[in-house]
Design a protein around this ligand. Structure first.
Ligand code: 6R9
Length: 662
């Protein structure tokens, strides 16, 4: 954690100079799900408000009588004497209500294959999968690791776990064998669900070898279920490995969902922290389902009968959990799911798919929007995007220019844009405009949703006045809040609840403008946000230092036009390897080797954009690396205050080497 006060940087001044306003169009407001009165209702009776959402949006096997129990703070219990099943809510009840023929997913594979799954299809598949898992001895409370590409089986596998009360831990398919191994071990998973591979940029990309490697040398995993997606060769461990399609074919398509307590764990999802070890954020069933359904309905204005909703996230991230699987499916949405990258086989692929399926609601990340801006407006202009009626953004601050471009170029200057702030830890959207209600300001996430309490505070935890910056905190418990870090209660308390008294510290800097609206400024700790993915500086440094060539490493997130932030690494080579480079800053081979190493240790998303070989790192006398100064260098700014440096000549040395990045 740095002690820099957020809210003082120049980009902010530009942000707050933003004068454009986008009030709701009357036609939109008239038909909107959200109403202005929600704010007053939730403010006057917060728990009554949530109880009503819980009854209206979710089906309970046993109705709850208590809304919130905060006596064991900071571990909340919501609706805790109620029982329910998340898969029943997401699937069965829509079929029971006569909507079995409604499309759940229009799936588009990267190579051009298509599948349409109705809710009735999903019910059959998920029932077979639940029976198959139970046949393998997986039951309530067991942990299941899911390591799949973006294919319908990823959703079916998650829901099958929820159906039997097993806890899923989805590991993004872009993570390495090592990353998978540590997540499997941390949760003591008994089963891994994977695929032979997925399609990525026109090629099959293998997944099964990483699973095999992650299980070498002793594991809690008894079985590996393998979806056949690409048809590529796979190594097979007899007795352990089973084909998904064979296991499902052998299973009945009838299965009774297992009701669980509202506080029964639904999933674990690992996210980067300020130390090298990823945190297993865990969520429970009742409150999570209520808030994801409520936010999805109101923030995206979903009309389940007519809308075609597309969230472009991967299910490996929380956005995929909350806004592809649990929120939208609990609301009975029809969705588009796409396996591949936006530029395969051409840069108009997303818009082609949006036009083909008549997508009405699109939810994506600023990094994608900035990429499309770079590619040019003429690409989306070749496709009919007139069905779009709402656009959403998530993952990092969206700069006003990208916001306006998104609305004009993609939204035909008519769609509301909702900039939604939330985190893996919050489980669901917390701060966002309400479409049809809020007059949005490009670049601002605006205000906490009805039922949510947030503020911006100073170092002492006191709310800052309008017009000032500070730290974003959440001041009241919310239904979808994390219930802890898996197996590490102390770290949970330390990370989120120790900085300020009784307030949740989000780790983001923010500013309140003169109207009290909230502008997010990015992380205040050593977590980077690259293309909307959170990466820990420490984690990447550990990976770099684990290479025999490297003596020391410091990683910073430098602002990047396209990816938001980019990984920039400063490395000190071991003496015996120094002969490979003549001067600081040189050595393309070194950089290539280290990039490959980080890829194998963590995954390609963590691969440094720039690697600089240096002789020294700027450190305080107590030995802490001053990343702030390295960020200055990486972002080509004059280097700031160096008075706390042990050796102030170091910065001159580093800056001199910068012209020749490796
Ligand atoms: C949902 C998700 C959480 C971090 C969060 C913040 C950044 C997310 C944002 C945003 C500004 C937004 N973030 N949405 N910053 N405006 N609308 O992204 O979860 O991967 O856990 O990341 O992302 O810094 O703290 P997660």
């Amino acid at each position: 954690m740095t002690t820099e006060t957020p809210g003082t940087s120049t980009p902010l001044e530009n942000l707050l100079a933003e004068e454009r306003r986008f009030p709701p169009a009357p036609e939109f407001a008239e038909q909107a799900n959200a109403r202005h009165e929600l704010y007053a209702w939730a403010a006057s009776d917060r728990l009554g408000f949530w109880a009503e959402q819980a009854r209206a949006l979710v089906s309970w096997d046993t109705p709850f009588t208590q809304v919130l129990d905060w006596s064991d703070a900071p571990v909340a219990k919501w609706f805790h004497d109620g029982t329910l099943n998340a898969c029943y809510n997401a699937v069965d009840r829509h079929v029971e209500a006569g909507h079995g023929d409604r499309v759940a997913f229009h799936f588009e594979g990267e190579p051009g294959d298509e599948r349409t799954l109705t809710y009735a299809d999903v019910l059959r598949e998920v029932s077979r999968a639940a029976n198959a898992l139970e046949a393998l001895g997986v039951g309530k409370g067991d942990r299941v690791a899911i390591y799949l590409p973006m294919i319908p089986e990823a959703v079916i596998a998650m829901l099958a776990c929820a159906r039997i009360g097993a806890v899923h831990s989805v590991v993004f398919g872009g993570f390495s064998a090592e990353a998978l191994r540590s997540r499997i071990e941390d949760a003591s998973a008994v089963l891994v669900i994977t695929a032979d591979g997925g399609h990525r940029r026109g090629n099959p990309s293998a997944l099964k070898p990483a699973v095999d490697a992650s299980l070498e040398g002793g594991t809690t995993v008894r079985n590996v279920l393998v979806v056949r997606r690409t048809g590529q060769e796979v190594a097979w461990t007899q007795g352990r490995d089973l084909w998904w399609h064979e296991a499902l074919e052998a299973a009945s398509d009838q299965h009774t969902p297992v009701p669980v307590e509202a506080e029964h764990p639904l999933f674990i999802l690992y996210t980067s922290g300020t130390t090298g070890k990823p945190k297993g954020i865990f969520h429970t069933t009742g409150g999570y389902l209520v808030q994801t359904a409520y936010t999805h309905l109101n923030v995206f204005d979903l009309k389940p009968e007519t809308d075609v909703y597309w969230c472009t996230a991967d299910v490996g991230w929380v956005t995929g959990h909350s806004y592809i699987v649990y929120g939208p499916m609990t609301n009975g949405a029809t969705q588009v799911m796409y396996e591949g990258t936006p530029d395969t086989p051409h840069k108009g692929r997303w818009w082609e798919l949006a036009a083909k399926h008549g997508v009405t609601i699109l939810y994506t990340a600023p990094t994608a929007i900035r990429t499309f801006m770079k590619w040019g407006a003429d690409i989306p202009a070749q496709h009919d995007l007139s069905a779009l009626r709402l656009l959403g953004s998530v993952g990092e601050p969206i700069n006003p220019e990208a916001w306006v471009w998104y609305r004009r170029t993609i939204g035909g200057d008519r769609t509301p844009v909702v900039d939604t702030w939330w985190q893996t830890e919050t489980g669901a959207i917390m701060i966002s405009p309400l479409p049809g209600v809020t007059a949005a300001k490009p670049g601002s996430a605006m205000t906490p949703l009805p039922g949510i309490a947030a503020d911006v505070v100073d170092e002492m935890g006191e709310p800052v006045p309008n017009g000032s910056g500070g730290y974003l905190v959440l001041t009241e418990p919310w239904p979808a809040m994390l219930r802890g870090i898996w197996g590490d209660h102390e770290r949970f308390v330390e990370t989120y609840w120790s900085r300020f008294d009784r307030q949740y510290f989000a780790g983001d800097g923010a500013k309140k403008d003169d109207d009290g609206d909230i502008w997010l400024l990015g992380r205040v700790d050593d977590v980077m946000n690259v293309s909307g993915h959170r990466l820990s500086t420490t984690e990447i440094e550990s990976a770099l230092v684990s290479h025999p060539m490297v003596a020391e490493a410091a990683v910073v997130g430098a602002s990047d036009e396209t990816t938001g932030q980019a990984v920039v690494a400063f490395v000190i080579l071991r003496q015996e390897y120094l002969s490979q480079v003549d001067e600081p800053g040189e050595g393309a081979d070194v950089a290539a080797t280290l990039r490959a190493h980080v890829t194998s240790q963590i995954g390609p998303i963590a691969k440094p954009r720039t690697i600089l070989v240096v002789q020294e790192l700027p450190k305080t006398r107590s030995g802490k690396i001053m990343r702030r100064l390295l960020r200055d260098v990486a972002e080509h700014r004059p280097v700031g205050d160096v008075t706390t440096l042990a050796d102030s000549s170091v910065m001159a040395l580093i800056s001199a080497g910068l012209d020749k990045p490796a």
